[in-house]
Design a protein around this ligand. Sequence first.
Ligand code: NQM
Length: 368
Amino acid sequence: MTGHDELRCMLMRGGTSKGAYFLAGDLPADPAARDDLLLRVMGSPDPRQIDGMGGAHPLTSKVAVVSASEHPEADVDYLFLQVGVDAPEVSDRQNCGNLLAGVGPFAVERGLVPAGEAETSVRIRMVNSDDLATATFPTPGGRVDYTGDAEISGVPGTAAAVVIEFPPGGSPLLPTGNVRDTIAGTEVTCVDNGMPTVLLAASDLKITGYEAPKDLEEDLALADRLREIRLTAGRLMGLGDVEHTTVPKMTLLAPPRDGGAVTTRTFIPVRCHTSIGVLGAASVGAGLRIEGAVGHDLARLPDGDRLRIEHPTGFLDIETSVADGAEGARPVARRTAVVRTARKIFDGTVFPRSAGTAPVRHAQGENG
Ligand code: NQM
């Protein structure tokens, strides 16, 4: 498409997030031009995103860019871009396991992957983290069927299950090399099972861990403390200066209240998540299983791989297993799997705000 003054776009709910899905070939190849265009598509920067498709929250200001993959074990490449709401920023420094749920169906809808007669498995390379995932979902008669009886917390009603399997990733599970670190007088565990995450005990921060996200967001002393810990944790985790990035996430842990393994409140990193990210939950799940980690003792860990992570609007069930590393080395993640749902909301043409109407700040990693 020339000029990019209008472009093909599918709006999808992926898990508990919502985002604009594009074929890579429909966007400018140059990352700076692409990011400028996406800010104009989403209506950023503006706290209400009134002039674009964004939903005025980080969880609804997301973009998936999908293309055929050259990776021998993947069908498609998925690049996730977090579009700032009130800041003119587009970041590829984090991955998103929620929009991931829509990538397989979108790939079939756009003809990148042929549909099976009953169900289809799409092998996805997540470009941001260079990890792989396989998503399996129903395609009766060769068409994606979004209807079904799977229910996930944070989404009203039911939809078809998208089962996502993650093979063990390449990054170390404990990026600082330690099971625990002490940062600004607070005990933390820095863990990465798909999403760099800092685990903290809510009680160490003088909160219960059961507060509503809005109340936590209004606690300015808590925000300052989390910011200080996060900046140091980011450096210790090898992420460099994380002032303008959305990773690491900060997850506050408390004992479970509703029959799950643990209760969570997650900062992503300034707004408090209304539920929890998929890969964030995978990191929490793996972290809790490590003896000596923050949260291990306050969690109720059942037998088997499945853990119920409680969050502000319900729970997320995640299957994780962790093994001891060879010869006393640090533990490694063995397997992670999750059930999500996704839905096509509209497919059509989006008309971005005209160019040159706002500045762009690029907060990009090596993929940008
Ligand atoms: O952790 C929010 C979300 C996410 C990311 C965030 C995600 C994940 O809920 O896999 O999905 O942590 O910024 O979509």
